[in-house]
Design a protein. Sequence first.
Length: 583
Amino acid sequence: MCKKLPEDAEEKVILDSLSGTVKPGEFLSIIGASGAGKTTLLNYLVGKDPSKNLKKSGDITINGIDRNKINYSHYIGYVQQDDILLQSMSVKECLMFSARMKLPKDANKEERVQEVIDSLKLNKCADTKIGGPLIKGISGGERKRTSIGVELITNPNLVFLDEPTTGLDSFTATNVMEVLKDLALSGRTVVSTIHQPNSEIFDLFDQLMLMANGKILYHNDAKLSVRYFKSLGYECPSLTNPADFFMNMMSIEAYQEEDDEDEVVLQKTRSKIQEDYSEKINFLANKYNESELRCDPDQVHPEVGELKDQKVNRIGIVMQFFLLFWRSFLNILRVPVSSYVRGIAYSMLAIVCVIIFGQMEHDCASIQNRSGALFFVSLNMIMNAVQGVILTFPDERSVFQREQGSDTYKATPYFFAKVLSDIPSFIVFPGLFSIITYFGLQLNDDSAGKFFVYTSINILISVATTGNGMLIGSAISDKQLAVALTPVFIIPFMLFSGFFVNQDNIPVFLKPLEYISMFKYGYQAHMHNEFNNLSINCSGRDALAEFDFQENLTESLLAIGGLGLAYYTMAYFIILLVAKKAK
């Protein structure tokens, strides 16, 4: 939803007149305090628009060619700040999946994967799972190198990284940056944002860009930076990490501390401090723009050859589906805890149902018992199905968005692979629940077909309601919020099932909600299957007539299928929207 800005709203400049160049074989590091504009700049460099509301102008070229005129995504690799990988996959499997999705059909994918493993020094952990909350896996540094490897599979000319040392200790961070240095030495262009590197990492940089308030204060050889700022009166003390010195120089917090230490401007207001800080940054930015060290992009691109568009003959949608289906299925098998929990939950609830309602008699009292038991069955099928999948997409959303951003596969095969990989759980768990409850409660055994219809109804409810869970999970990105709001979206429809209130008594203005209630059709189907041809010793009573159901068994089953199809369709379009925003 768009929110109208107030009339007195002021424009804020995030990136201010930036220009620069980086050559093949160079490692450029962008350093700046939080809010300096590093990530925004990187997003534009990799072709991701951080906001449609931002006003922007300028050009980004590769070898002098406008990037919009070529298949830009085929030439770059983008490693995000967080390591977004499936915990159940091994390092080699992650790289092989990327190779099968991205490389041409005739490429030697295994050879390419092994080359990446060797170059990133991942041989020792190649067969170890990535790991996560439920699986013990590789270290933080190995995970970061694997994230880099996923993007290196296509052998991109340019590699962009956002804060690659985040969450790593000093030794591991240095190892990761040494890998990036080696990538640059191999002829690639490597551009990385970094917050505050140690001195060993600083020595690895070929090019250095310092940013503050969206302005460039320096962009040239890293080894010339200390001498340059000394000429402006900002001398880096001996035995001090230049990166630390630059961060203090560019940070408004450090500027505040300097004022406090002088004990002269303790009474300065915050606005005055901001004004003085802005003057300092503007002074440094102007000095850089006037210096001979300022990069002129118009004088660099003739040094390299002409860039020609690449035609990538990747696999089709059908093969993408099979690869995604197999990965999703493996993920289910390798993280069995959730399956165990679901199996135990279905079994325990079925046993509770049998204990509470007991074996059904054929007297008047059994009408209430049977109707109550069947509503309990319908309730469990719906709630278990929703809870079983509501976190599936939120858990994989970040992986899906990363892979969509890098154009790894299409959203359509992903959606159908996710749905079909869950089919075994649609059958096994409702089937297990049905066996326990049907024979434990001694439901209508007028014919053998009654049991199969009963089981089929439970499976159909489970399949259809799973679409509802996917819809909620795909629409709400926050897992805790999705879980919290699920009862709000589900439980009110219980009132329209016909169990709590006769359907004729539902107010006219609430009637539309009755026709989209899964509880209604699931409960109706079970009641028709149970009470048709059931012999009850209770003269003068017709259970089905008392509930005044409006649809018969067949119509109820068709309604369940229709609602399920509607849920899946809406979830599909939401996932398409998520994929579009990720690009």
